[in-house]
Design a protein around this ligand. Sequence first.
Ligand code: BTN
Length: 364
Amino acid sequence: MSYLVKMIPLKKTSENYLKSKTSNVNLSSKQHMYTSFDDIPDKIIRLLKSHQSEFISGEYIGRSLGLSRAAVWKNIKKLQSLGYKIRSKQKFGYRLIAKTNLMLPWEISDGLQTETIGRKIYYFNTIDSTQNFALKISSKPHENGTIIISERQTHGRGRQNKKWVSPSGGIWLSVILKPNFEISQASLFPMLASLALCVAIEKVLNLKPKLKWPNDLTLDDKKVAGILVDASIESNQIDYLIIGVGINFKIQPSKITKIVKSSENFYGVTTLVGKKEESRPVLLLQTFLYEFEQLYDKLVANKLHGIKNEWEKRSSTIGKNVSISSPNGEIKGRVLGIDDDGALLVSSKGRTQRLQVGDISYQI
Ligand code: BTN
């Protein structure tokens, strides 16, 4: 967990200045941003989806949405450039043939079963870090539950100030939460997020990832996802939390390994889905958001019992002999379990030590 926060004011420029209902965002020429409140592409896609077996005319779309035919055409072009296969036929109009694989906001919203988390979405094709963007907007009102997602990141951040390599094919996501809690409870959020992600992967992909303390997800003992939490506090209360979730959904592990193999405590990287496999990142994302909200609601209602057991059940860490690099130096011992706050309990030199942060390596 890292405690923050320096706020960086947003600059306005006349070029690349994207007007949206709640924020002014400065974009580079290669960057595109879409939001769940940019409603034109969303509405056109909805119309096309509800008439998938037939063509609908530009005039009909225009009339339904209060747009000129030229504006309809422009938006159809935009949707095609985003990977939707839309056939256009003179005198007949447009027909949706296939959806995009991109995690566009209206695709995430379509079928999302949450009340709060993910109801407002910022989407980028590329960004430095979704976590950094979240930091810029999180002090604004109405951002509780907002998510920021990007197809790739140029400066992704990992735990303990490590670089997080984030090529296209991964799911790089930040969730803003403003819980009315004391700071001592912030350590529960990485535990909730990692458990929710594990459950979502089990349900959607039928895989059984393991949890490696504090909050790595592994497959075949290699890292497949990680969680980073940035917290802003004000007189012992949580002001906001930003839960960063990095999922190696459909990546080439060798490309990431090449870049990070010499970093401390590196133990290998893997991918959830192979290069040639069919994949539905949006479904995994929606399921994760739902599972996370369920756990979050339980935390708010103080009904968290059972969560620790669910986490421990999936853990590869319990019972292992480990070496831990912690702020207090290196500790060697045997892991007994985690406590209700998600801290690691280690038997070392005849006594039980409680650790809240650190990186562990398993000893053979
Ligand atoms: C870890 O080190 O295990 C945590 C990695 C967290 C990476 C995610 S990707 C989305 C979000 N944006 C970032 O820059 N980092 C987090």
